[in-house]
Design a protein around this ligand. Structure first.
Ligand SMILES: [Zn+2]
Length: 79
């Protein structure tokens, strides 16, 4: 049985099925209000994993740090 899921994009360590990992993905979604259901609905259009990193590497960065890194690079002309 194959237990290999991926390799960490940061350190190269194998990520096996059953291991925790952190991924950053790009989602394209469309949000709309459904009159029939009287609620906001989100339709996924596309989803792609950008990076996959092992739990050890991923836990170095908390959500706030990831947000700062992405905002600093994506919301400026630094790309
Ligand atoms: Zn790693």
């Amino acid at each position: 049985m194959n237990t290999h899921f991926a390799n960490c994009d940061r350190c190269g360590k194998a990520i096996l099925y059953g291991n925790a990992f952190v991924s950053i993905s790009r989602y394209v979604e469309q949000i709309e209000f459904s009159i029939a259901r009287n609620r906001i609905e989100t339709q996924p259009i596309d989803a792609v994993t950008i990076i996959t990193i092992c739990a050890a590497c991923g836990n170095v960065f908390d959500e706030t740090t990831f947000r700062k890194i992405l905002k600093n690079s994506l919301l400026t002309d630094q790309c």
